[in-house]
Ligand binder design. Sequence first.
Ligand code: HEM
Length: 350
Amino acid sequence: MARIRAAAARSTAVDLSKLLSSFTTDIVCHAVSGKSFRGGGRNELFRELVETSSKLIGGFNLEDYFPKLARLDVVRRMVCARAERIKKKWDDLLDEIINDHAKNTMLDHEINQDRETDFIDVLLSIQQEYNLTRENVKAVLVDMFIGGTDTSFIVLDCAMAELIQNPEVMTKLQAEVRSVAEGKEMVTEEDLNGMIYLKGVIKETLRLHSPVPLFLPHLSMADCDIEGYTIPSGTRVIINGWALARDPAYWESAEEFMPERFMENVGSTMIHDFKGSNFHYLPFGTGRRVCPGMNFGMATVEIMLANLMYHFNWDLPAATVKINMTESFGVTMGRKENLILVPALAQKQV
Ligand code: HEM
């Protein structure tokens, strides 16, 4: 916020994508490991690990389409070598963090019993009870880091890109946020309940720009038939949530950004619920593998977007005519180009 405020005072542009990405990384790193990864080049290493892992998990796998290639084993060996290199880097980083925690936990027992606990503390405290190996703990942590950082960032980045291209929506959202939080220094969590349009804007962003458009790869546990097609047990199954969320059979003017569609019939579970029961709207997946960070992710996006609307008016830099919405592909899918915008202070702050 301080950096945006400084840019607003100078009327210069900010790289909003970069700021939002570092905000969501900080929030997840704090919740999981109790500290930010900014120091000692850790942030860059962390971004590299998340990005490469995302590409490895979500990448196009030639052998799925040409199974004969599997016999040659060339592709598999190449992918495995890359995965091994990344695993080694994750191992080094996580070993360091877990060792720090184990050491601090012992010291804290003697010195400071009031220290806030983070996700690693919780995992270590139940390690023996649930028979978790260090590899298990590291696997859960990698899952949380990859699952939590890019996703919330992509929603914020795409929401801002859509808002700047739909000024009437931005004006309506600013009016709501500014009236609910009027006179306050910051929008806080308790203000969010009164912001119905904000929730509509975020839901519409999740519909058009779902950060995990094909969910995670699933594996069928038994043979099953779907509309005449047999899916054998052990098949890697990919579900196209992106296509469902843009299917004109379910959505009127499916390609348009219209938060109002989520305002109709408030209270009806039909189109408002993203918790996994409406199969044409599954931004967090569904079933046993549904996103465990749903509430955390929504809270992060809501509080940041509300504050961006509360404090600032936004414009494109003079030389930019249109925002490029082209997306790049991995297990998460976000916009390729960084979002550069010019902020202006909206009102005299208290
Ligand atoms: C708005 C933000 C988010 C969106 C849109 C989102 C979406 C998703 C989706 C679609 C899946 C796959 C579900 C499936 O395959 O059925 C998933 C899985 C997952 N998400 Fe999220 N997510 C978000 C935020 C978060 C956050 C903040 C965390 C943790 C801090 C998180 C942790 C995870 C994990 C660990 C999984 C894997 C679950 C498993 O393997 O069973 N997510 N998420």
